[in-house]
Design a protein around this ligand. Structure first.
Ligand SMILES: C[S@@+](CC[C@H](N)C(=O)[O-])C[C@H]1O[C@@H](n2cnc3c(N)ncnc32)[C@H](O)[C@@H]1O
Length: 236
């Protein structure tokens, strides 16, 4: 029997209008949908494309407890990969939803790593949260020969400091409880004035402001953007 295909599909940063046509069509046609969800509550990726999911589609919800500073237990991905593999082995296609882009800090990669040597896998890229945050600010991410660095906030202060100093443009993700530490670090580097904060980019509750107005306890879906290069609209 021919095996099924696993599709890793980006659902974009939140606004259903930012889901690609290919992703939307695959989700509409899917008989089996998989996604990661927190231990309680809904999957964000699923909520973005809820209108496209057929009422009779089978849904595989992989519950991943998110604990600050700790990677989820690998056994959860093992179990999820096993559930998906069983459908693929039986010749059924599976569409796995992933918020933003599946391969940009996306948990889809843990399933991909487990299944790609055995099954056909295709990835449909999505609009990333980083580009959605830049759009929220009407601010360039990078220009000319600038070097851009993407940093997860849980890195220690020394690693953050060195990377920020070396970069022309920086995106800092996964802010959460790290905001007070990041604010102090960026202020110490003299960069607080040029740092922008965005939460829930592309959603109705999108919020953006300068760093000094940003909350200390940032929501999970938030990011800092910092541009240290020369403003690209200045002609030289
Ligand atoms: C595990 S990463 C997932 C990234 C996602 N795969 C992407 O392509 O953007 C989660 C982080 O992405 C950022 N993020 C995701 N969606 C966001 C949004 N709508 N607005 C602001 N930040 C967002 C936050 O920094 C969050 O902590």
């Amino acid at each position: 029997m021919q095996k099924g295909v696993l599709y890793g599909v980006g659902t974009g940063p939140g606004d259903p209008g930012l889901v690609t046509r290919r992703a939307w069509q695959l989700i509409c046609d899917a008989k089996i949908i998989a996604y990661l969800a927190p231990d309680t509550g809904d999957s964000f990726a699923r909520s973005i494309v809820a209108d496209a999911i057929a009422a009779n589609a089978e849904e595989i919800s992989l519950r991943v407890p998110m604990r600050p500073g700790r990677a989820p237990a690998q056994s959860i991905y093992d179990d999820g990969a096993d559930q998906i593999a069983a459908r693929l082995e039986a010749g059924q296609d599976v569409v796995m939803l992933c918020e933003g882009d599946p391969l940009f800090y996306g948990s889809f990669m843990y399933i991909l790593a487990r299944l790609k040597t055995v099954f056909s896998v295709r990835v449909v890229p999505g609009v990333t949260s980083m580009t959605a945050c830049a759009a929220a600010h009407l601010h360039p991410l990078v220009a000319r020969n600038d070097m851009m660095t993407i940093l997860p906030a849980p890195l220690d202060d020394d690693a953050l400091r060195q990377a920020i100093i070396a970069a022309d443009a920086v995106a800092i993700m996964k802010l959460g409880r790290h905001m007070p530490r990041l604010r102090a670090l960026l202020t110490d580097l003299g960069l607080a004035e040029s740092t922008l904060y965005v939460s829930h980019a592309s959603l109705e509750r999108q919020f953006s402001c300068a760093l000094h107005e940003a909350p200390d306890d940032a929501p999970y879906f938030s990011m800092l953007l910092l541009y240290k290069g020369q403003d690209p609209w200045i002609r030289t």
